[in-house]
Design a protein around this ligand. Sequence first.
Ligand code: G3I
Length: 350
Amino acid sequence: MKNALQCPSLFRAYEKHFRVGAAINGRMPADPAYRELICRHFNSITADNQMKPMFVMDRDATLARGDLSHAAVSFRSVDSLLSFANENGIAVRYHTLAWHNQTPRWFFAKDWSDAENAEPASRDVMLARLENYILDVMNHVNTCFPGLVYTWDVVNEAIEPDQGGPGLYRTRSPWYRTCGEDFLPAAFRAARKGQAPGQTLCYNDYNAFQPVKRDAILALLKKLQAENLVDTMGMQGHYVMDWMNVSLCEEAARAYAALGLKLQVTELDIHCNSDDEEHRLKLAQLYGDYFAMLKKLSAEGIGIEAVTFWGVTDADSWLTGFRRETSYPLLFTRDKQAKDAYDAVMKAAE
Ligand code: G3I
């Protein structure tokens, strides 16, 4: 294995096709080795957490403001990441504006109460809070860092076949509970008001390759398109080595693109619970096949804006905690060596 800090750049290898990005955490910009690694290999970043509503919404300031339809926001964690990107000429994808998770529960309460059983706010109030929040974030980012963000995850993970009735919506989401499916077009309408020229609006979801979920997402995207509200489908791409199926990913990607949308792979990783040779080579094979598929689609004229890894090295992956076993899902090892999977991705670019 080779030192990833000395290997040819991933993003330069794919320059003709799409951006190559990574999700970074709040500590990386202060770590010289991470800074170097990120700048060498990625020309797009997003935050694994810092841009999410729970890090932006400010309850004390909201209570002090005393407006029941407008939460106050604070951009300390967002700005430090955007400054890092700006100083290093790296483009940013903003993840995420409307999500059921990592949004404070008080945001959904009638009187901003943080109690578990607080009375929910009405549909109209929630729709007003949603628009205000989205416009506050977009106006701040576009004013303070013009030209930096190229795409916004407007709504994240709204379809969940295990919970869905008609439309397969995630019915246990506080957004769905307060507003029904109306929160989706409302969020995108607000984002259309707040977007700057050149930015795309993205619907983002996981397991977007699975036929049942894919078809529900396609139906949702068509509804949004009827009002010209969405530009890009974000296929998250959290895979597991044992069941990842590149052909199904390709079929789904083609189906989304056939609607006339751009594509992004937004959260790529492949869970793998060993780094012995057999697993390393299988991971390499899957990554190589996957990137060859994406490159083929791009060469056919399908617009792929970016492919973003969910983490930089195996040490940063959420999967080790989530799967309760050590995971080796990315291209770089914990000590920043380039794996066989890196070689396979570079080879697919040739
Ligand atoms: O903020 C608290 C902190 O106050 C507390 O001390 C600490 C103790 O564990 O937890 C902190 O919260 C953690 C949070 O990340 C912020 O760091 C949570 O425990 C942890 O579960 C949470 O995980 C994040 C997860 O989203 C939450 O759903 C992962 O880091 C992040 O990688 C993951 O990212 C999601 C995408 O946004 C959407 N798609 C799926 C993807 C993977 O789950």
